[in-house]
Design a protein around this ligand. Sequence first.
Ligand SMILES: *Cc1c(COP(=O)(O)O)cnc(C)c1O
Length: 465
Amino acid sequence: MSKIQEKLFKEIKDDSLFEKSLSYSKEYIAKIFDRDVYPSDQAIKDLDVFDSALPVDGLDGHHLIEHLNTFGSPATNAQLGGRYFGFVNGSAVPAGIAAKQLATTWDQNSGLQIISPICAKLESVVEKWINKLFDLDDKCVSGFVTGTSAANFCSLAAARYRILKNQGWDVNKKGLWNAPRVRIVAGKQAHSSVLKAVNMNGFGQESIEWVDVDHQGRMLVDSLPALDNTCLVLLQAGNVNSGAFDDFDNICTLANNAGSWVHIDGAFGLWAQCSSSLKHWTNGIAKADSLAVDGHKTLNTPYDCGIVICKDKDALSSAMHMSASYIMQNQERDGMYYTADMSRRSRVIELWATICSLGIHGIDEMVTSMHEKANLFADLLSSADGFTVLNEIDFNQIVVCCNSDELTSQVMQHIQQSGDCWVGHAMWKNKRVIRISICSWATTKDDINRSFNAFKTALEHCTTS
Ligand SMILES: *Cc1c(COP(=O)(O)O)cnc(C)c1O
């Protein structure tokens, strides 16, 4: 046996290594609701210990897990808790974390049914559940990807395949040189990841016909260009700043009648469909050809979990397809035909566990509550002197500013350093703004009150000093 093999067998047979990582995980979770939301400057500075030389001889597993815990844990943000409001970052429900821990140990590859029967089974089960949760056509297929950026990329690749195929052009054979033109129609506030997917699919930004938007960033239906069957229409469920939704019902009808492909970027907002009081916003999504949604934001699965949903199975699998002599096609689901990856980790396991743990009612309550907490926070801010809420609270996003750009920046930095909560910035209608995203199952009214107090304290500090 080689020396390295001896070391590795010793570590895998001596379960104290795994006990150690589990006990650190438990300690971490036990403190999550009380600790400062953002790491201290010292914790960030201490990360320099990782600037060490590449090990020549393998390090002891215990030692490196200890090292990671000592210096890594304090430099995390407490995203799992209830007062992290930065970007649009979800928490994770306990059963999802636990399922991911178990699945990590299984170390499955979700590429083919023959490689991992359990992953293929859960992917086909969750695919059906997704259609039920979002009230979509039974024939929609799902691919389980890293996030909405990947889901947008896969969706646009499917659209590209289908639109060109309808013009008699097989993009897989002929590529894009001399291909018929594809018209891209997008709102002026389309998310950057959608624009990236436009680039990655070889369309280029200059092929976009931009559509004017209203005060919430929603596409103005009357401003849409005349659509035809060469159009790819890009809509969004959840504007990243205002949280607002495009008018799916009307735009999808126009697009369907013209033979255009409609894609919806629903990273966090698509889950409004699962809230009995918010589902009016997503009315009409079943008429879309493809949709992209995250598990790791609103649904609160652990990170690295997105879904591409496509009504046209043939288009998605033709865009993602590859084959080799050793690949055994199966009667059952082979996940790799619906994503750009061949080998993939088993993210469906924590997605399945999260959906099971919440149930239809739990998802409804959780999503509805994010909206209620956002309303509460916005009401508190609107009633306080010195803060102006700039958006209508359609979903879970709040855009707020102080009396000048400089003051808004100073107040935001003070809040970030308070440890009470964490919020990020954005530009909105040429103003510097603080953006608040309520995206955690764990956020309580007390969290909102404490965070609001951090806003007031920060403003007092920045206006009196
Ligand atoms: C977060 C987000 C994305 C990108 O999703 P990732 O999961 O981070 O890749 C796309 N669109 C919108 C509206 C988002 O909020």
